[in-house]
Design a protein. Structure first.
Lengths: 359, 310
């Protein structure tokens, strides 16, 4: 169980454009264990989706370039693998759920056939009849009524939430070890979001699949994450367990994210907070800490040197100079601290034991 | 479905009626007559000829006569070539143009779709540039130049194919190629851009994430979706190609239908003009109808309904 299913080491992805080389992912490290959920959060353009697509090698080359790094899946490095070798891994061992279910299904192919395709592709011994039986089971499993009739229908005959269920059914078809969900709930309305997340948690309980969940919705993260990676400008700036990230955040960017989440329980009467400024241009990444220009706690060194990952605990790391022994002690901003206390209070009332968190 | 087709046939008849009417008046408005040639007839003979063909009647009588004979699909005798009926001329030459046209279409569509798909698959790489260059060359080189080059190199120099005439399959290869290349270029460009559009969509990425190979994604997913705009382009193309090409048929001395479209007009051969126009219109309108029905089969989201819009 403690073996890492996926280990990403110093992954760097560049894109060649007319304006120059965009460094979309700039040295990312993380690992995922069997049956664990890792959430990658960050604002738009922080490299979340590029990272997730890179894991399956779905980045078109050109213009994408795997500049550096390793993607160790089950001990094998995916980066040097050929397209042909990857077809045995995609769908079979790593499956993906996409952001927009309205466009993720082929409009001219029956739903059933789209599910059967994965089963037949990755298991040569399965007969068509068995594949059909399994596809109908899967449709049933993701909670769609009348699976037999639904099997014969086309995507346009399904609603958005239903289509996302079908996409999940396709992803599950070959019983993958790792499921990458790239903002699977962003295009859905809130009630459907909750259903889809419940479905994914259910799947994880029954099949012990590891999940990488890409999102910018911290509410979703709190709901499902075991571990959280906060990404900014193509780098992971803070990495830790869900409790550590929510109750003991160390990076000013994480403070900003937590602070900008609407919170009806703790300060409903306040205006929404934002992080000032916008993400840096990744064609010419800034010198020093990429977040420095938007960081109200930035120090001189932030503009000169890129901070290393400081270890907070064995599982918690943050990439900020504030953790350097010589740095002044900057407390968590008042508003964010109040919020965190609110969460802890609420959890105590609900009787959830958080273990040892905070300082 | 049946109701839809019936409705479309009504539209086709209305369209044909309008085409016949407009053609009739355009013919009359154009100066000249079928009997105007270098040697002028004595006026009595011209009057006799006019009477013979009913050209001395007032225009509304002539119009009525035309409508009636056209409704019976009998276009009458050619005014230029004595003793030849327009129907016979079409019946004799159309099968030749049809054979040539179908061959050219198979070449153009087959190669066009193949080239377009390959170019899209290897987008922005060497193969793509080569294919795109061939396609642009195909579009820009006129068919008469290509016909001449084919005759010279493949016919005369290499002696692989007969240079001209119409005497079996081997005779059709060069002219069919000459007709096909331009259309192939267009189809290849169209398929390429349509495929690229599909390749950017999520479902193609999804298909790749399922573990399908490049070609698997192409054949099972993107091609069918990419062909929709191509099918739209094929209807008028098909009608145009199977009714013959004046230039290519002239160069290869093929007794096809193409030349009548042009000569009938310069000769003011009223009956033949009407015959070829109506014939072409019928084929075009039917081709468009067939394409519309095909849409429903290619894309399940398109449902054909007659009567009220639902």
């Amino acid at each position: 169980m403690s073996e890492n299913l996926l280990e990403v080491k110093n992954l760097k992805i560049n894109f060649k454009t007319y304006a120059g080389i965009v460094q979309a992912v700039r040295g990312v490290n993380f690992e995922v264990k069997q049956g664990e959920t890792l959430c990658i959060v960050g604002e738009s353009g922080s490299g979340k989706s590029v990272t997730s697509n890179a894991l399956m090698k779905l980045i078109p080359q050109p213009p994408g370039i795997y500049e550096e790094g390793q993607i160790l899946f089950d001990g094998r490095d995916l980066v040097p693998m050929t397209e042909k070798e990857m077809t045995k891994i995609r769908g079979n061992e790593i499956a993906m759920i996409f952001q927009d279910p309205m466009t993720a299904l082929n409009p001219t192919m029956r739903i059933g056939k789209q599910i059967m395709e994965v089963i037949l592709k990755h298991n040569k011994n399965v007969s068509k009849a068995d594949a059909k039986k399994r596809a109908i089971e899967l449709i049933d499993q993701v909670g769609i009524p009348f699976p037999e009739q639904r099997f014969k229908q086309y995507p346009h005959e399904f609603s958005g939430g239903m289509r996302q269920r079908i996409v999940i059914a396709i992803a599950l078809a070959a019983e993958p070890k790792l499921l990458i969900a790239d903002e699977p709930t962003t295009a859905l309305d809130v009630t459907i979001q909750a259903q889809i997340i419940e479905l994914m948690k259910e799947i994880q309980r029954t099949s012990n699949t590891a999940i990488i969940f890409i999102t910018h919705d911290l509410g979703v993260v709190a709901n499902i994450a075991d571990r959280v990676a906060v990404m900014y400008a193509g780098q992971i700036v803070e990495y830790g367990t869900a409790n550590e990230i929510f109750y003991n955040p160390k990076h000013p960017y994480t403070w900003g994210l937590l602070g900008s989440m609407p919170d009806l329980d703790n300060d409903a009467d306040q205006l929404l907070r934002t992080i000032p400024g916008s993400p840096p241009d990744l064609i010419h990444p800034p010198k020093g800490d990429a977040f420095a220009a938007r960081n109200e706690y930035a120090m001189q060194i932030d503009y000169e040197q890129d901070p290393p990952m400081f270890e907070v605990s064995a599982t918690h790391f943050a990439k900020t100079w504030l953790l350097h022994p010589d740095a002044p002690n900057v407390p968590v901003p008042e508003a964010v601290r109040k919020r965190i206390e609110g969460y802890i209070q609420k959890n105590k009332e609900a009787g959830i034991d958080l273990g040892k968190v905070g300082e | 479905m049946l109701k839809y087709i019936l409705k479309r046939f009504v539209y086709i008849f209305i369209a044909l009626f309008l085409i016949i009417t407009i053609t009739f008046f355009l013919m009359r408005l154009a100066p000249g007559s079928p009997f105007a040639s270098e040697k002028s007839f004595p006026p009595e003979i011209e009057a006799q000829l006019n009477a013979e063909y009913g050209l001395d009647n007032p225009w509304y009588i002539q119009y009525k006569d035309y409508l009636i004979s056209t409704a019976q699909l009998d276009f009458g005798e050619s005014m230029k070539y004595k003793g030849r009926s327009t129907n016979d001329m079409i019946a004799e030459s159309f099968p030749i143009s049809l054979t040539l046209g179908v061959e050219a279409m198979i070449l153009a569509v087959g190669l066009g779709v193949l080239f377009g798909s390959v170019a899209a698959l290897y987008h922005n790489r060497g193969v793509d540039y080569v294919v795109t260059t061939i396609a642009v060359l195909g579009i820009s080189v006129p068919s008469f130049i290509l016909a001449g080059l084919l005759q010279y190199f493949l016919g005369l120099k290499l002696q692989l194919f007969p240079i001209s005439g119409w005497n079996g399959f081997i005779y059709s290869i060069l002219p069919a190629t000459a007709i096909a290349v331009t259309h192939m270029g267009f189809i290849a460009k169209l398929v390429r851009s349509s495929m690229l559009e599909q390749n950017n969509s999520e479902y193609v990425k999804m298909a790749r994430s399922k573990g399908l190979s490049k070609w698997g994604v192409l054949f099972k997913h993107s091609l069918r979706n990419a062909l929709l705009p191509v099918v739209t382009y094929l209807a008028p193309l098909f009608a145009g190609v199977i009714t013959g090409s004046f230039i290519v048929e002239q160069i290869f001395a093929i007794p096809g239908l193409g030349k009548y479209f042009v000569t009938s007009i310069t000769n003011r051969d009223y009956t033949v003009i009407m015959g070829t126009t109506v014939f072409y219109s019928i084929i075009l309108l039917l081709a468009v109808l067939i394409v519309d029905i095909l849409y429903g089969f290619i894309d399940p989201r398109i449902k054909l309904r007659g009567g009220k819009k639902a």
